[in-house]
Design a protein around this ligand. Structure first.
Ligand SMILES: C[S@@+](CC[C@H](N)C(=O)[O-])C[C@H]1O[C@@H](n2cnc3c(N)ncnc32)[C@H](O)[C@@H]1O
Length: 361
Protein backbone atom coordinates (compact mmCIF):
# COMPACT_ATOMS: atom_id res chain seq x y z
CA UNK A 1 0.00 0.00 0.00
CA UNK A 2 1.41 3.39 -0.88
CA UNK A 3 2.27 5.98 1.77
CA UNK A 4 -0.37 8.22 0.27
CA UNK A 5 -3.17 5.64 0.72
CA UNK A 6 -2.03 4.87 4.29
CA UNK A 7 -2.04 8.59 5.04
CA UNK A 8 -5.53 8.96 3.56
CA UNK A 9 -6.86 5.99 5.58
CA UNK A 10 -5.39 7.44 8.75
CA UNK A 11 -6.96 10.80 8.08
CA UNK A 12 -10.36 9.16 7.36
CA UNK A 13 -10.13 7.22 10.66
CA UNK A 14 -9.30 10.42 12.52
CA UNK A 15 -12.27 12.17 10.94
CA UNK A 16 -14.58 9.35 12.09
CA UNK A 17 -13.19 9.67 15.59
CA UNK A 18 -13.55 13.42 15.52
CA UNK A 19 -17.17 12.99 14.46
CA UNK A 20 -17.85 10.57 17.34
CA UNK A 21 -16.56 13.13 19.85
CA UNK A 22 -18.13 16.11 18.10
CA UNK A 23 -21.62 14.67 18.37
CA UNK A 24 -21.61 12.69 21.65
CA UNK A 25 -25.37 12.44 21.95
CA UNK A 26 -25.08 9.09 23.78
CA UNK A 27 -23.93 10.90 26.94
CA UNK A 28 -27.48 11.88 27.79
CA UNK A 29 -26.91 11.92 31.55
CA UNK A 30 -23.33 13.20 31.62
CA UNK A 31 -22.82 16.93 31.10
CA UNK A 32 -19.12 16.43 31.98
CA UNK A 33 -18.55 13.92 29.16
CA UNK A 34 -20.50 16.07 26.72
CA UNK A 35 -18.26 19.03 27.57
CA UNK A 36 -15.03 17.00 27.48
CA UNK A 37 -16.02 15.38 24.19
CA UNK A 38 -15.70 18.78 22.55
CA UNK A 39 -12.19 19.11 23.97
CA UNK A 40 -11.18 15.73 22.54
CA UNK A 41 -12.71 16.55 19.14
CA UNK A 42 -10.49 19.61 18.93
CA UNK A 43 -7.20 17.92 19.91
CA UNK A 44 -5.46 15.59 17.45
CA UNK A 45 -3.29 14.05 20.20
CA UNK A 46 -6.34 13.09 22.25
CA UNK A 47 -8.12 11.70 19.19
CA UNK A 48 -5.08 9.61 18.41
CA UNK A 49 -5.07 8.28 21.97
CA UNK A 50 -8.79 7.52 21.87
CA UNK A 51 -8.28 5.56 18.65
CA UNK A 52 -6.00 2.97 20.24
CA UNK A 53 -8.86 0.65 21.27
CA UNK A 54 -9.70 -2.74 19.77
CA UNK A 55 -11.85 -2.79 16.59
CA UNK A 56 -15.55 -2.31 17.24
CA UNK A 57 -15.08 -0.63 20.63
CA UNK A 58 -16.91 2.67 21.06
CA UNK A 59 -14.02 5.16 21.31
CA UNK A 60 -15.97 7.69 23.37
CA UNK A 61 -17.03 5.18 26.06
CA UNK A 62 -13.58 3.57 26.15
CA UNK A 63 -11.58 6.79 26.31
CA UNK A 64 -13.58 8.35 29.13
CA UNK A 65 -13.70 5.10 31.08
CA UNK A 66 -9.90 4.86 30.84
CA UNK A 67 -9.45 8.38 32.22
CA UNK A 68 -12.04 7.69 34.94
CA UNK A 69 -10.31 4.39 35.80
CA UNK A 70 -6.96 6.06 36.42
CA UNK A 71 -8.58 8.70 38.60
CA UNK A 72 -10.63 6.17 40.56
CA UNK A 73 -7.60 3.98 41.18
CA UNK A 74 -5.62 6.73 42.84
CA UNK A 75 -3.98 8.91 40.18
CA UNK A 76 -3.99 12.35 41.76
CA UNK A 77 -4.66 15.25 39.41
CA UNK A 78 -6.62 18.54 39.33
CA UNK A 79 -8.91 16.91 36.73
CA UNK A 80 -10.54 14.92 39.57
CA UNK A 81 -12.22 18.10 40.87
CA UNK A 82 -14.55 18.06 37.85
CA UNK A 83 -15.82 14.50 38.49
CA UNK A 84 -18.94 14.13 40.67
CA UNK A 85 -17.90 10.51 41.31
CA UNK A 86 -14.59 11.68 42.77
CA UNK A 87 -15.70 14.69 44.77
CA UNK A 88 -18.49 12.54 46.24
CA UNK A 89 -22.26 12.61 46.28
CA UNK A 90 -23.70 15.76 47.83
CA UNK A 91 -20.61 17.86 47.07
CA UNK A 92 -20.38 20.20 44.10
CA UNK A 93 -17.90 19.27 41.36
CA UNK A 94 -16.18 22.08 39.42
CA UNK A 95 -18.08 23.07 36.23
CA UNK A 96 -17.47 20.58 33.42
CA UNK A 97 -17.20 23.32 30.77
CA UNK A 98 -13.94 24.40 32.42
CA UNK A 99 -12.35 20.94 32.54
CA UNK A 100 -10.81 20.90 29.05
CA UNK A 101 -7.33 22.16 29.93
CA UNK A 102 -7.07 19.73 32.85
CA UNK A 103 -8.01 16.82 30.56
CA UNK A 104 -5.36 17.78 28.01
CA UNK A 105 -2.74 17.99 30.78
CA UNK A 106 -3.86 14.68 32.30
CA UNK A 107 -3.59 12.86 28.98
CA UNK A 108 -0.13 14.27 28.31
CA UNK A 109 1.11 13.20 31.75
CA UNK A 110 -0.47 9.73 31.67
CA UNK A 111 -0.39 8.81 28.00
CA UNK A 112 1.32 5.48 28.55
CA UNK A 113 -1.03 4.32 31.30
CA UNK A 114 -4.05 5.44 29.27
CA UNK A 115 -2.80 3.60 26.19
CA UNK A 116 -2.43 0.43 28.24
CA UNK A 117 -6.05 0.65 29.43
CA UNK A 118 -7.53 1.72 26.09
CA UNK A 119 -5.77 -0.98 24.09
CA UNK A 120 -6.53 -3.86 26.46
CA UNK A 121 -9.93 -3.22 28.09
CA UNK A 122 -13.36 -3.53 26.49
CA UNK A 123 -16.55 -1.53 26.83
CA UNK A 124 -18.27 -3.94 29.20
CA UNK A 125 -20.70 -1.70 31.04
CA UNK A 126 -22.99 -4.11 32.88
CA UNK A 127 -26.20 -2.24 33.39
CA UNK A 128 -28.26 -4.36 35.80
CA UNK A 129 -31.33 -2.25 35.07
CA UNK A 130 -31.48 -3.99 31.66
CA UNK A 131 -32.72 -7.06 33.55
CA UNK A 132 -36.09 -5.31 33.27
CA UNK A 133 -35.94 -5.89 29.50
CA UNK A 134 -35.01 -9.54 29.92
CA UNK A 135 -37.79 -10.10 32.44
CA UNK A 136 -40.34 -8.32 30.23
CA UNK A 137 -39.30 -10.53 27.31
CA UNK A 138 -39.46 -13.73 29.35
CA UNK A 139 -42.89 -12.92 30.76
CA UNK A 140 -44.11 -12.15 27.23
CA UNK A 141 -43.31 -15.70 26.11
CA UNK A 142 -44.26 -17.52 29.32
CA UNK A 143 -47.56 -18.73 27.90
CA UNK A 144 -45.89 -20.06 24.74
CA UNK A 145 -43.16 -22.26 26.21
CA UNK A 146 -44.17 -25.72 27.27
CA UNK A 147 -41.00 -26.74 29.14
CA UNK A 148 -38.19 -25.13 31.17
CA UNK A 149 -35.97 -22.95 29.00
CA UNK A 150 -32.21 -22.73 28.63
CA UNK A 151 -31.30 -19.06 29.02
CA UNK A 152 -28.19 -17.75 27.27
CA UNK A 153 -27.04 -14.15 27.52
CA UNK A 154 -24.69 -13.09 24.73
CA UNK A 155 -22.32 -10.37 25.92
CA UNK A 156 -23.05 -11.09 29.58
CA UNK A 157 -20.13 -9.05 30.98
CA UNK A 158 -20.32 -9.85 34.74
CA UNK A 159 -23.59 -11.75 34.39
CA UNK A 160 -25.71 -9.31 36.40
CA UNK A 161 -28.70 -9.62 34.06
CA UNK A 162 -28.61 -13.40 34.38
CA UNK A 163 -29.58 -13.02 38.04
CA UNK A 164 -32.78 -11.19 37.05
CA UNK A 165 -34.80 -13.57 39.23
CA UNK A 166 -33.17 -12.25 42.43
CA UNK A 167 -34.13 -8.59 42.11
CA UNK A 168 -37.16 -6.48 42.95
CA UNK A 169 -38.90 -4.46 40.23
CA UNK A 170 -41.14 -1.43 40.16
CA UNK A 171 -42.49 -0.68 36.71
CA UNK A 172 -44.85 2.27 36.75
CA UNK A 173 -47.12 1.64 39.72
CA UNK A 174 -46.69 -2.14 39.77
CA UNK A 175 -44.17 -4.22 41.67
CA UNK A 176 -42.70 -7.60 40.87
CA UNK A 177 -39.95 -9.93 41.97
CA UNK A 178 -38.34 -9.92 45.38
CA UNK A 179 -39.31 -6.85 47.47
CA UNK A 180 -36.57 -7.70 49.99
CA UNK A 181 -33.74 -7.90 47.44
CA UNK A 182 -30.89 -5.40 47.90
CA UNK A 183 -31.22 -4.74 44.16
CA UNK A 184 -34.39 -2.77 43.44
CA UNK A 185 -34.93 -1.71 39.82
CA UNK A 186 -37.31 1.15 39.11
CA UNK A 187 -38.59 1.86 35.61
CA UNK A 188 -41.14 4.42 34.47
CA UNK A 189 -44.00 3.03 32.41
CA UNK A 190 -45.31 5.15 29.58
CA UNK A 191 -47.70 4.41 26.78
CA UNK A 192 -51.09 2.84 26.30
CA UNK A 193 -50.26 -0.84 25.93
CA UNK A 194 -50.62 -3.42 28.70
CA UNK A 195 -47.68 -4.48 30.82
CA UNK A 196 -47.23 -8.25 31.07
CA UNK A 197 -47.22 -9.80 34.53
CA UNK A 198 -43.47 -9.86 35.23
CA UNK A 199 -44.02 -12.49 37.91
CA UNK A 200 -45.24 -15.00 35.33
CA UNK A 201 -42.04 -16.46 33.91
CA UNK A 202 -40.96 -19.66 32.22
CA UNK A 203 -39.08 -22.11 34.44
CA UNK A 204 -35.35 -22.16 33.84
CA UNK A 205 -33.60 -25.36 32.78
CA UNK A 206 -30.19 -23.66 32.76
CA UNK A 207 -28.62 -20.21 32.77
CA UNK A 208 -25.34 -19.22 31.15
CA UNK A 209 -23.55 -16.32 29.56
CA UNK A 210 -21.07 -15.94 26.73
CA UNK A 211 -18.61 -13.07 26.58
CA UNK A 212 -15.40 -12.12 24.80
CA UNK A 213 -14.03 -11.35 28.24
CA UNK A 214 -16.18 -12.56 31.15
CA UNK A 215 -15.90 -10.25 34.14
CA UNK A 216 -15.14 -12.09 37.37
CA UNK A 217 -17.52 -10.49 39.87
CA UNK A 218 -15.21 -11.51 42.70
CA UNK A 219 -12.13 -9.79 41.23
CA UNK A 220 -11.66 -6.25 42.64
CA UNK A 221 -9.75 -5.08 39.55
CA UNK A 222 -12.50 -6.26 37.18
CA UNK A 223 -15.15 -4.67 39.39
CA UNK A 224 -13.13 -1.45 39.37
CA UNK A 225 -13.26 -1.38 35.58
CA UNK A 226 -17.06 -1.76 35.63
CA UNK A 227 -17.24 1.14 38.06
CA UNK A 228 -15.05 3.28 35.77
CA UNK A 229 -17.52 2.65 32.95
CA UNK A 230 -20.33 4.30 34.92
CA UNK A 231 -20.54 7.97 34.00
CA UNK A 232 -19.36 10.30 36.78
CA UNK A 233 -22.75 11.91 37.50
CA UNK A 234 -24.67 8.64 37.81
CA UNK A 235 -24.50 8.04 41.56
CA UNK A 236 -27.66 5.92 41.49
CA UNK A 237 -26.22 3.58 38.86
CA UNK A 238 -22.99 3.28 40.81
CA UNK A 239 -24.92 2.23 43.92
CA UNK A 240 -27.04 -0.21 41.93
CA UNK A 241 -23.96 -1.71 40.31
CA UNK A 242 -22.28 -2.20 43.70
CA UNK A 243 -25.39 -3.89 45.13
CA UNK A 244 -25.80 -6.15 42.08
CA UNK A 245 -22.11 -7.12 42.12
CA UNK A 246 -22.36 -8.02 45.82
CA UNK A 247 -25.43 -10.13 45.24
CA UNK A 248 -24.12 -11.84 42.11
CA UNK A 249 -20.76 -12.57 43.75
CA UNK A 250 -22.54 -14.90 46.19
CA UNK A 251 -23.50 -17.14 43.25
CA UNK A 252 -22.00 -16.04 39.92
CA UNK A 253 -23.62 -17.51 36.80
CA UNK A 254 -21.34 -19.48 34.46
CA UNK A 255 -20.04 -17.34 31.59
CA UNK A 256 -18.14 -18.95 28.75
CA UNK A 257 -15.23 -16.97 27.35
CA UNK A 258 -15.14 -16.49 23.59
CA UNK A 259 -16.65 -14.79 20.61
CA UNK A 260 -20.33 -15.62 20.31
CA UNK A 261 -19.69 -16.29 16.62
CA UNK A 262 -17.53 -19.29 17.58
CA UNK A 263 -19.17 -20.35 20.82
CA UNK A 264 -22.87 -20.44 19.92
CA UNK A 265 -22.77 -22.98 17.07
CA UNK A 266 -20.93 -25.35 19.42
CA UNK A 267 -23.44 -24.65 22.17
CA UNK A 268 -26.27 -25.45 19.73
CA UNK A 269 -24.89 -28.97 19.49
CA UNK A 270 -24.41 -29.28 23.24
CA UNK A 271 -27.90 -28.19 24.40
CA UNK A 272 -30.43 -31.04 24.80
CA UNK A 273 -32.09 -31.38 21.39
CA UNK A 274 -35.66 -30.16 21.19
CA UNK A 275 -35.62 -28.27 24.50
CA UNK A 276 -36.62 -24.60 24.36
CA UNK A 277 -33.93 -21.94 24.61
CA UNK A 278 -33.95 -18.16 24.99
CA UNK A 279 -31.14 -15.89 23.84
CA UNK A 280 -30.88 -12.40 25.28
CA UNK A 281 -28.49 -9.64 24.31
CA UNK A 282 -28.45 -5.97 25.21
CA UNK A 283 -25.93 -3.31 24.20
CA UNK A 284 -23.78 -6.10 22.73
CA UNK A 285 -24.50 -6.26 19.01
CA UNK A 286 -23.68 -2.53 18.84
CA UNK A 287 -20.07 -3.44 19.75
CA UNK A 288 -19.68 -6.06 17.00
CA UNK A 289 -17.63 -4.74 14.06
CA UNK A 290 -19.83 -4.12 11.00
CA UNK A 291 -18.22 -6.84 8.88
CA UNK A 292 -18.98 -9.44 11.62
CA UNK A 293 -22.65 -8.62 12.15
CA UNK A 294 -24.06 -11.22 9.74
CA UNK A 295 -21.93 -13.91 11.34
CA UNK A 296 -23.04 -12.76 14.80
CA UNK A 297 -26.72 -13.04 13.83
CA UNK A 298 -26.16 -16.40 12.13
CA UNK A 299 -24.45 -17.76 15.24
CA UNK A 300 -27.46 -16.85 17.37
CA UNK A 301 -29.85 -18.30 14.80
CA UNK A 302 -27.86 -21.56 14.86
CA UNK A 303 -29.22 -22.18 18.37
CA UNK A 304 -32.63 -22.58 16.72
CA UNK A 305 -31.42 -25.54 14.65
CA UNK A 306 -31.50 -27.91 17.62
CA UNK A 307 -34.55 -26.63 19.49
CA UNK A 308 -37.15 -23.85 19.51
CA UNK A 309 -35.44 -20.48 19.95
CA UNK A 310 -36.84 -17.25 21.38
CA UNK A 311 -34.52 -14.31 20.71
CA UNK A 312 -34.87 -11.23 22.92
CA UNK A 313 -32.73 -8.13 22.43
CA UNK A 314 -32.28 -4.49 23.35
CA UNK A 315 -29.93 -2.83 20.88
CA UNK A 316 -31.00 -0.09 18.50
CA UNK A 317 -33.99 2.10 17.69
CA UNK A 318 -37.16 0.45 16.36
CA UNK A 319 -37.43 0.58 12.60
CA UNK A 320 -40.19 1.20 11.77
CA UNK A 321 -41.27 2.75 15.06
CA UNK A 322 -44.46 0.95 16.16
CA UNK A 323 -45.72 3.87 18.27
CA UNK A 324 -48.43 6.00 16.69
CA UNK A 325 -46.83 9.31 17.76
CA UNK A 326 -43.35 8.76 19.22
CA UNK A 327 -42.08 11.49 21.51
CA UNK A 328 -39.28 9.63 23.34
CA UNK A 329 -36.14 8.39 21.64
CA UNK A 330 -35.41 4.83 22.69
CA UNK A 331 -34.34 1.32 21.69
CA UNK A 332 -36.57 -1.55 20.64
CA UNK A 333 -37.14 -4.44 23.03
CA UNK A 334 -37.39 -7.06 20.30
CA UNK A 335 -38.60 -10.63 20.26
CA UNK A 336 -38.15 -13.18 17.51
CA UNK A 337 -40.27 -16.29 18.01
CA UNK A 338 -39.28 -19.82 16.87
CA UNK A 339 -41.46 -19.48 13.77
CA UNK A 340 -39.49 -16.38 12.72
CA UNK A 341 -42.17 -13.86 13.65
CA UNK A 342 -40.57 -10.61 14.88
CA UNK A 343 -42.21 -8.20 17.30
CA UNK A 344 -41.25 -5.03 19.10
CA UNK A 345 -42.53 -5.64 22.63
CA UNK A 346 -41.81 -2.11 23.90
CA UNK A 347 -39.64 0.91 23.26
CA UNK A 348 -37.17 1.41 26.09
CA UNK A 349 -34.59 3.91 27.26
CA UNK A 350 -31.14 2.38 26.71
CA UNK A 351 -30.61 1.87 30.43
CA UNK A 352 -34.27 0.85 30.97
CA UNK A 353 -35.04 3.95 33.05
CA UNK A 354 -38.35 3.99 31.21
CA UNK A 355 -40.28 1.74 28.89
CA UNK A 356 -43.16 2.54 26.63
CA UNK A 357 -45.82 0.03 25.64
CA UNK A 358 -48.29 0.53 22.84
CA UNK A 359 -51.33 -1.18 21.40
CA UNK A 360 -50.85 -2.87 18.04
CA UNK A 361 -52.32 -0.94 15.13
C1 LIG B 1 -21.69 -2.96 26.78
S1 LIG B 1 -21.51 -4.57 27.42
C2 LIG B 1 -23.20 -4.98 27.80
C3 LIG B 1 -23.29 -6.00 28.89
C4 LIG B 1 -24.68 -6.48 29.21
N1 LIG B 1 -25.28 -7.13 28.05
C5 LIG B 1 -25.58 -5.36 29.69
O1 LIG B 1 -26.56 -5.02 28.99
O2 LIG B 1 -25.35 -4.82 30.74
C6 LIG B 1 -21.20 -5.53 25.94
C7 LIG B 1 -20.59 -6.88 26.25
O3 LIG B 1 -20.61 -7.66 25.05
C8 LIG B 1 -19.41 -8.38 24.96
N2 LIG B 1 -19.23 -8.71 23.54
C9 LIG B 1 -19.09 -7.85 22.50
N3 LIG B 1 -18.97 -8.54 21.35
C10 LIG B 1 -19.06 -9.86 21.67
C11 LIG B 1 -19.01 -11.05 20.91
N4 LIG B 1 -18.83 -11.05 19.58
N5 LIG B 1 -19.13 -12.23 21.56
C12 LIG B 1 -19.30 -12.27 22.91
N6 LIG B 1 -19.35 -11.15 23.67
C13 LIG B 1 -19.24 -9.98 23.07
C14 LIG B 1 -18.37 -7.43 25.54
O4 LIG B 1 -17.21 -8.10 25.97
C15 LIG B 1 -19.14 -6.81 26.70
O5 LIG B 1 -18.96 -7.51 27.91
Amino acid sequence: MSDKIIGTDREAARQRLRQAFTDPREFTSSPLYRALSRTVAGEDRLLELAGRGRPGQYPTFLFFAAVHHLLLTGTRHPLAAFYPSLVGEGRQAAPGQEAGAALIAFCAEHEQALTEVISTRLVQTNQVQRAVGLRFGLSSIAAEVAAPVHLIEVGASAGLNLRFDRYGYTVGDRTFGDPASPVQLVTEHHGTGPLPDLDVLPDLASVRGVDLNPIDVRDPDARGWLEALVWPENHDQRALLAAALELTATDPPPIQAGDAIDVLPRLAGALPAGEPRVVFHSATRMHVPAHRLDAFDAAIASLGETGPLWWISVEDAPDPDPRPAPTRHGAALRLRAPDGERRTLAVVEGHLRWLETFTDA
